[in-house]
Design a protein around this ligand. Structure first.
Ligand code: TRP
Ligand code: ZN
Length: 871
């Protein structure tokens, strides 16, 4: 298997001034003609990428090339002799209907669409498929008018018309040079929902959302989100939209969330379609976030793009930060930050500690599709967020302004991004750049000491980073640690370091750059409680030995909402780990009284935002608890968490019930942060109550289901019943299925709820479901909602001691390997973590990896993951 290295980067030896693409669209035989204009800029042969293409003809300056004038293999077309300037015309035939990998041109729901990132354009025509080759595209689509009335591509429509054979055509021109991964076309029978947006400078932009006519009534939220995103990017980053039209097309078969093709985004329908009865509050928030994300790419990704795929986080990390900031601004709450950190800890931390760990800017890869990871996206966003923290908002904005203006129209690197930050701030960020190159989650340990005589308080910080594949020893990171010291009433003390003339306020950012560093604060009147890593200012694991009392104090008093939540999580984590120990010793578990009291205080705190209460009452995820065990025992974690949930529910039943009833929605259903927060808390309370399993509690869930109000409440009630194994659940599942069988996105929820039930019968049920006519292995959303949900979101069942869960996942990886390698490789992730489990599970997991590795036609995607995880 060949490996691509960052250090081998060389510029492409040609420039392409423009390309005209012509598509004669037919389901099984689409004829593609590509006419392009070339200039040589360095010596070397002309090598074009191409895969699974039937070559019809090549013409160089109008002359058909003979078979001896080029070489063709499974990956490329090479022409040894070309002049310094020439035109090239290449005709190929492709089969979109047979394309189950959903990369290149494919058919979804009877419509044609494309997905070219990262390297799908080479499945459309022969072309240098790399992001640093940018050119101007003019695209003509020709298709049967009755079946495909809508014909779209990037840019502006410049011509359209009918032909007399029942076919029609449209020509689109995109004036902005772009890499081929941003190319897109769509042909189909779709409804257009139109609106418009007037930019800051007064230009009117047409906004078109294309959906199946059945889904027309589910587009309002996506459209409103798009307008909010456009306005926010003008205000927060000074970025205006640049074309006269912005189009979004929703498709139901899509490998990822959405794609930022210039002027023509293509979206997984789950990130577009929403109505109160079909989408949950979480769906609404996710839609707004993804709509924002793809829109923000227009600058961070499209106007300024990546030199090579090693720089992927240049656009993805930065754009994730931008969408996180957007969501936080729209909801005006600490909740999104808490959710980001939950995701990072439960999934990115394990990735960073496993066999596939890689830096935010990897140094090598075999298959780039395997590097669209939580590390590149989420940790990448944390890295840019740290720059924001170190520079402060004003300088950071100056830095992004400089970056956008300096590199507009270019394909650049993460070094260029950091250089802009250095230039505006005058700061040396050389050491900071280690965040891009060193993998692994750093550990920061803290020792504190108070000197009552001197009135000094000293924090001693030490950092280490565990080895990761290919990186045995790490150099110290530049870590921004936002902090405060709280007095006995929870008020931040003025902070003055021993070498400073005056205090700088109640919160500051300490910069840890050495392996060990001491910070001494003076004029500290009494021993404070430290509030460290506020807002999760760096993606590290912090070890600070606070007492249970101090954690309880921070839980009730910290002025940083994030840290207030964090204190509660730490306390809960501690309680869970102790319960696991108790279980192991064979003793009877008991509810920790201090934790129980803190739970009650939080639940009763009417001054606190309900959304934050809901977050505080939600125990750490089983995956996060696993991070603190030398050998992960999924059953023990689940039992401990389950015990704690039941014990809390039993101890606080009346308070939970009161809160549940108090939060019953008065007035019309609304999608705003306050209403969502109330629903969230109410459903958290319901979850606890139903855990008790008594008829009254189950009755609440049944009533909530039958009220059939909105999908947030319906899903929460159904989940509570199904996950607690309530006797009502089969009837409830049946009714839900009957009502929603025609709504694919809702049916996906029905599948996922069952696949994530932490019950002994779940695998058998999942096996029945995959055999049912509702299952479709070619639809990634359906696969994720069943096979993915079971193996990545149901640790207790997936890790059943007999290995049946592992074998089940491996069966589907094998089948998908041939159909959709990208999805197969992603699905595989849980098996790659085998080293964290006991010897028996290790053997079972390895056996499945080996079985997959022995498949005859192993895709590059799956091969790389298997090979690295067994290494
Ligand atoms: N660039 C897309 C994003 O916004 C990611 C993406 C969409 C993608 N479809 C893909 C990546 C297919 C790889 C393969 O994050
Ligand atoms: Zn993206």
């Amino acid at each position: 298997m060949s490996t691509i290295y960052l250090k081998d980067y060389t510029p492409y030896p040609f420039r392409i001034t423009k390309i005209d693409l012509h598509f004669e669209l037919e389901e099984t035989r689409t004829h593609v003609t590509a006419r392009s204009h070339w200039q040589r800029v360095a010596a070397g042969p002309l090598r074009l990428d191409g895969q699974e293409l039937e070559l019809i003809a090549i013409r160089l300056d109008g002359r058909v090339l003979g078979a001896d004038e080029y070489t063709l293999d499974a990956e490329a077309l090479t022409i040894a002799q070309v002049p310094d300037r020439f035109t090239l015309e290449i005709e190929t035939i492709i089969n979109p209907a047979a394309n189950t990998a959903l990369e290149g041109l494919y058919v979804s729901g009877g419509n044609f669409c494309t997905q070219c990132e990262a390297e799908g354009f080479r499945k459309i025509t022969f072309f240098p498929d790399r992001p640093d080759v940018m050119t101007v595209y003019t695209t003509t689509l020709v298709a049967e008018q009755a079946k495909y009335p809508v014909l779209l591509s990037n840019g502006n429509r410049v011509a359209e018309g009918r032909r007399d054979d029942g076919r029609h055509y449209a020509t689109w021109h995109d004036p902005f040079p772009k890499p081929c991964y941003l190319f897109a076309l769509v042909a189909g029978d779709l409804d257009c929902v139109a609106d418009s947006f007037t930019t800051l400078s007064g230009r009117e932009v047409a906004l078109h959302l294309y959906v199946r006519s059945h889904d027309r009534d589910k587009t309002a939220h996506a459209m409103a989100s798009l307008k909010r995103a456009m306005a926010w990017d003008e205000q927060a980053y000074g970025r205006e939209y640049d074309l006269d039209i912005y189009m979004i097309v929703a498709v139901s078969d899509f490998n990822m969330g959405a794609m930022e093709n210039k002027g023509l985004n293509i979206f997984n329908s789950r990130y577009v379609l929403a109505s109160p009865d079909t989408a949950t509050d979480a769906d609404y928030v996710a839609i707004e976030g993804v709509i924002g994300h793809e829109y923000f790419h227009n600058w961070s990704g499209n106007r300024v793009t990546c030199r090579d795929w090693f720089q992927l986080s240049l656009k993805e990390g930065f754009t994730v930060l931008r969408d996180q900031q957007f969501t936080a601004a729209m909801l005006d709450s600490a909740v999104p930050r808490i959710d980001d950190v939950r995701l990072l800890r439960a999934h990115q931390f394990p990735e960073d500690a496993g066999p596939l760990a890689h830096p935010v800017r990897p140094q090598s890869y075999q298959e780039i599709n395997n590097f669209y990871t939580l590390t590149v996206y989420e940790k990448g966003a944390e890295v840019v967020r740290m720059l924001h923290t170190l520079l402060g908002p004003e300088l950071f904005r100056k830095g992004t302004d400089l970056y956008f203006s300096r590199h507009d129209g270019q394909a650049v690197t993460t070094d260029d991004f950091v250089q802009a930050m250095m230039d505006v701030s005058g700061r040396d960020l050389t050491q900071f750049k280690r965040w891009y190159d060193q993998a692994g989650t750093p550990h920061v340990s803290v020792q504190r000491s108070y000197d009552a005589q001197q009135k000094t308080y000293t924090l001693t910080l030490r950092q280490t980073c565990p080895p990761t594949p290919g990186q045995e020893h790490k150099l110290p990171f530049h870590i921004p640690l936002r902090m405060a010291l709280l007095d006995g009433r929870g008020i931040p003390l003025p902070l003055r370091l021993s070498d400073e003339a005056a205090a700088v306020g109640g919160e500051r950012v300490l910069e840890l750059t050495q392996e060990e560093q001491r910070f001494t604060f003076v004029d500290v009147p009494g021993e404070p409680v430290p509030s460290l890593l506020r807002g999760f200012s760096a993606p590290v694991k912090l070890a600070l030995e606070l007492s249970d009392d101090e954690l309880a104090f921070l839980m009730g008093h910290d002025t940083d909402s994030f840290n207030r939540w964090e204190a509660g999580q730490q306390l809960a984590l501690r309680v869970l780990l102790r319960l696991i120990e108790t279980q192991r010793a064979g003793a009877a578990p008991v509810l920790d009284t201090a934790f129980s009291a803190a739970f009650a205080r939080t639940l009763a705190d009417t001054a606190l935002d309900p959304a934050l209460i809901a977050e505080a009452l939600t125990l750490p995820a089983e995956e996060y608890v696993a991070e603190f065990m030398a050998v992960v025992d999924p059953q023990a974690i689940h039992q401990a968490r389950q015990f704690l949930r039941r014990a809390l529910a039993a101890a606080h039943r009346p308070a939970l019930l009161t809160a549940y009833q108090r939060l019953a929605d008065a007035g019309p259903y609304q999608i705003d942060a306050a209403a969502m927060g109330r629903r969230r808390l109410r459903n958290v309370c319901l979850g606890y109550l139903v855990e008790l399993g008594d008829a009254e509690a189950r009755g609440l869930a049944v009533a909530q289901l039958q009220a059939d109000g909105n999908m947030t409440d319906v899903q929460a009630a159904l989940t509570a019943l199904v996950h607690s194994g309530a006797p009502e659940c089969s009837e409830a599942l049946g009714a839900f299925h009957a009502r929603w069988r025609e709504e694919a996105l809702v049916l996906d929820k029905w599948f996922a709820i069952q696949a994530t039930a932490p019950l002994p019968g779940t695998l058998a049920q999942v096996q029945r479901l995959v055999a049912s006519s509702d299952f479709n292995i070619k639809n990634p959303n359906r696969v994720r909602s069943l096979v993915g949900a079971f193996s990545a979101r149901n640790p207790v069942c997936f890790h059943a001691a007999d290995g049946a869960g592992y074998a089940f996942l491996a069966d589907y990886v094998c089948e998908l390997n041939a159909l959709n390698p990208q999805i197969a490789a992603r699905l595989l992730a849980p098996l790659t973590q085998w080293k964290r489990y006991d010897a028996a599970r290790q053997a079972l997991m390895r056996a499945q990896l080996q079985r997959i590795g022995a498949l005859p036609a192993l895709s590059r995607d799956v091969a790389e993951v298997v090979e690295k995880s067994l290494a």
